[in-house]
Design a protein around this ligand. Structure first.
Ligand code: PEP
Ligand code: MN
Length: 337
């Protein structure tokens, strides 16, 4: 941590900072420049930097080491690769996940899965516990939904992913689900993150609606700190002033996360844009930017979907997209299996 003093900071101010950082377990090193004086506080202690920023004569406090450790690229140089049902996420692999927003009925899931199987989908998505803005909107089929998801996926030799909303659902998810999804709204549900850290199943951690990269990686850190290293980060769009699209899909997350972390980063262009005709170009762009996977909403009949029909692809559109991104991936050194 570096404490940059004001140009007119007095010797008393400087000494106060030195004593303060010492009292918090850091080793202070003073560096006097022509105009400014900087105090390097060496050590790996937790501190609220505002406590120093408020001291007289302090201009700013800069953190040098990151607060996330296990998720950091510095901790593990090689990319983490997570494999589920023969589909790999990370390093040179781009894994694909597709399926409807929500599990609505056995027939709806079966018809969709049947179509997706023909496009080589090996991991099926479908929400059984839906986080809806309105309490009056369809909330999902609950356990019944998970059972349907599991049985349909088994019929088509697929693995499944579904969103867990609460710690109390963990036993159900351990029973029926292969990849647990933590939704954007729960990215900072620290109790849930701690519990997910104790299990041994892969987790998709979606970026919060207004989360910085650091906050997102800190949430992944919670899971990893508990002992579960199988975290897949998912960019799903963030809140901005733009209202034309549902969210603003931040594709810069791909190169940024790849630099900061060894964890795989996948993209959800469905929630990222909210509009079916924007899903295909943004998927192609995400693959071109080197993402480690895509999770895409597809419904056998988007026009009759109970939620997110407008952002769900028709199966034939997914098929076309699959063929396109299979060609794009090798250009950036990636492989879609
Ligand atoms: C979802 O994937 O169904 C979902 C609700 O996504 P998010 O948490 O990104 O909004
Ligand atoms: Mn959805």
């Amino acid at each position: 941590m570096l404490v940059v003093m004001n140009n007119n900071a007095s010797e008393k101010d400087i000494n106060r900072v030195i004593l303060f950082v010492e009292s918090r377990g850091f080793e202070p090193r003073l560096c006097r420049g022509e105009e400014k004086c900087v105090i390097a506080a060496v050590g790996n202690k937790q501190i609220d930097k505002r406590d120093i920023e408020l001291l007289p004569g302090v201009h700013e406090v800069l953190r040098i080491s990151t607060s996330y450790k296990l998720t950091a690229r510095a901790f593990q140089h090689e990319d983490t690769v997570i494999e589920v049902n023969g589909v790999r996420f990370g390093d040179k692999y781009t894994g694909l996940i597709a399926g409807p927003c929500a599990v609505e009925s056995y027939d709806q899931m079966d018809e969709t899965a049947q179509e997706l199987a023909e496009s080589n989908v090996k991991i099926l998505r479908g929400g059984a516990f839906k986080p809806r803005t309105s309490p009056y909107a369809f909330q999902g089929l609950g356990e019944e939904g998970l059972k349907i998801l599991r049985s349909v996926a088994d019929n088509h030799s697929m693995a499944v992913t579904s969103e867990i909303m609460d710690v109390s659902q963990l036993d159900l998810f351990m029973k029926y689900v292969d990849i647990l999804q933590i939704g954007a709204r729960n990215m900072q549900n620290f109790n849930l993150l701690k519990e997910i850290g104790k299990i041994h199943k892969p987790v998709i951690l979606k970026r919060g609606l207004a989360s910085t990269f650091e906050e997102w990686l800190m949430s992944a850190e919670y899971i990893m700190a508990g002992g579960n290293g199988q975290v897949i980060l998912c960019e799903r769009g963030i809140r901005t002033f733009e209202s034309y699209t549902r969210n603003t899909l931040d594709l810069s997350a791909i190169p940024v996360i790849k630099k900061l972390s060894h964890l795989p980063i996948i993209v959800d262009p469905s929630h990222g844009t909210g509009l079916r005709d924007k899903v295909e170009p943004m998927s192609r762009a995400a693959v071109a930017a080197g993402c480690d996977g895509l999770i895409i909403e597809v419904h056998h009949c988007p026009d009759c979907a109970m939620c997110d029909g407008a952002q769900s692809l028709y199966p034939w559109q997914y098929d076309l997209l699959y063929k396109q991104i299979k060609q794009i991936a090798p250009i950036v050194g990636k492989e879609i299996v």
